[in-house]
Design a protein around this ligand. Structure first.
Ligand code: SF4
Length: 214
């Protein structure tokens, strides 16, 4: 399985992927928990990779998490999986599609889509989002995609086909896959963002319609 190969190549005995701490066990399995729970006791135990779907659904306050790479993964759980295949399935439930992007990026075959291209191909009620100005993009991306309180992905896309950076208010490390977006300064497997997500498109539309302050 190619994704498992990619995963095996980046794993160490203790790894981090977004807010997840992954520890290899002596029997070839893996134990996962929230990175703030690495030393916690009394965690709720889960044993099926797909249990990750339930864990990732809502935050600590029980609120639905529309953006799975937002830094609000809930705490208090421990997921035990038996092998690399199960680990891949679990991580795909926590962070859908991110391992595939990592594999494509590692193989140098990841293509990215500029925000303006994504906005230009919207139809129906989202078509208006393409009217957003460069300054408004600068503000909305800087606010919505920021790692602290926004999203933990590393942005690889540009603002437009001329290669403009998406937001001048984001630090250069937001675009660096070698940087730990959780702010812990540890080695971390990056969560890559190859194209603007639908939630960002929704935000752009709101700005154009004057529904949110810029
Ligand atoms: S566009 Fe990418 S970085 Fe921004 S919020 Fe969406 S997934 Fe995260």
């Amino acid at each position: 399985m190619p994704l498992e190969k990619t995963l095996a190549a980046v794993l160490s005995d203790k790894s981090r992927f977004g807010q997840i701490f992954i520890q290899r066990t002596g029997s070839g399995g893996f134990v996962l928990c929230h990175h703030d729970d690495a030393n916690s006791r009394g965690l709720e135990i889960f044993k099926k990779p797909e249990d990750a779907l339930r864990i990732a659904r809502s935050d600590d306050a029980g609120k639905y998490r529309p953006l799975k790479t937002a830094p609000n993964l809930r705490r208090g759980w421990r997921l035990e999986v038996v092998d690399l295949g199960e680990l891949r399935r679990a991580l795909d439930c926590f962070y859908p599609g991110r391992l595939a992007m990592l594999a494509a990026w590692t193989d140098n075959r990841l293509s990215t889509t500029p925000l303006r291209e994504t906005l230009d191909r919207q139809s129906g009620m989202y078509r208006i989002a393409a009217k957003i100005s460069d300054q408004q993009i600068d503000d909305v991306v800087g606010n919505f995609c920021k790692s602290g309180g926004g999203c933990l992905r590393t942005i690889l896309w540009k603002r437009d086909t001329h290669g403009a950076i998406p937001s001048t208010s984001l630090p250069p490390k937001k675009f660096d896959p070698g940087h730990d977006q959780t702010g812990r300064g540890q080695n971390a497997i990056p969560l890559l963002c190859q194209e603007p997500c639908n939630l960002l498109v929704v935000e752009c539309r709101k700005v154009v319609k004057g529904e949110i302050d810029e």
